[in-house]
Design a protein around this ligand. Sequence first.
Ligand code: ATP
Ligand code: MG
Length: 275
Amino acid sequence: MTHSPDAPNAAPVLEFQDLRVDFELASATVHAVRGVNLSVAAGETLAVVGESGSGKSATALSAMRLNPEPPCVYAGGRVLLDGRDVLALPERELRKVRGAGISMVFQDPMTSLDPLQRVGAQVAEALRLHGGHSRAEARLAALTALDEVGIPDPEHRYRQYPHELSGGLRQRVMIASALVARPRVLIADEPTTALDVTVQRQILELLVRLQRRHGMAVLFITHDLGVVAETADRVAVMRHGEVVETGDVDQVFARPAAQYTRDLLAATPRLEPAA
Ligand SMILES: Nc1ncnc2c1ncn2[C@@H]1O[C@H](COP(=O)(O)OP(=O)(O)OP(=O)(O)O)[C@@H](O)[C@H]1O
Ligand SMILES: [Mg+2]
């Protein structure tokens, strides 16, 4: 994504301040997130990378207070959406944040879609949850969203069930339902990992296009540093629940400060900085 010139000075839409997330298990307490500070501005894409178990998903889910409690305990810090601490909101307000404020796209659309409900109805439902829309308005908005994410013949697809769609189309449906309520922030957690390579590319291009059109703040979690180089403005590298390095993608990839970032880059030969 091209770097939006005013992004660094713009007020952050989403901000993690010294976030601490524990999972209290019978055997031990896992300190999954240990004082994370991150922010994303409107129109900006922040990629979060790091090894498995480094706390990327636990951090992202905190933005909607979606880590399962128990075993999750929010042990410290704040998550500000437009300056309001999501972790301190009453359940009613939290429901408004989920969807209208922040939406999420996950890796596997099959587990996020209801197999027994037509896909169009599920997209419409995502809008209806936020109130104020008649059935007809929600249907029209859902058709528009299906069209916008590049699903051909939306009227026909609207009536189909998830199993009648390919993996790529299902992921497009998930993106449509994430965007139908026009969220300020989109969180995409490994959104293309389950798809084959050409479909991955199409979905990434779609996300870039939608982000530009709507000026959303995007938090993008991925293992693929090549994807980061192509899609993100800034990158945060996580390890053991901490951010070990953050900065503009070009700068971090050209001159990584942390040894761990250098190791990650070395594992992606085409991105390895010249010695
Ligand atoms: N619901 C949960 N219950 C118990 N432990 C959890 C839960 N969710 C995450 N954890 C633990 O918190 C730590 C961070 O997990 P997290 O899912 O955030 O990692 P991640 O960086 O997203 O990894 P991956 O790249 O594999 O998705 C891990 O040790 C994980 O086992
Ligand atoms: Mg994860």
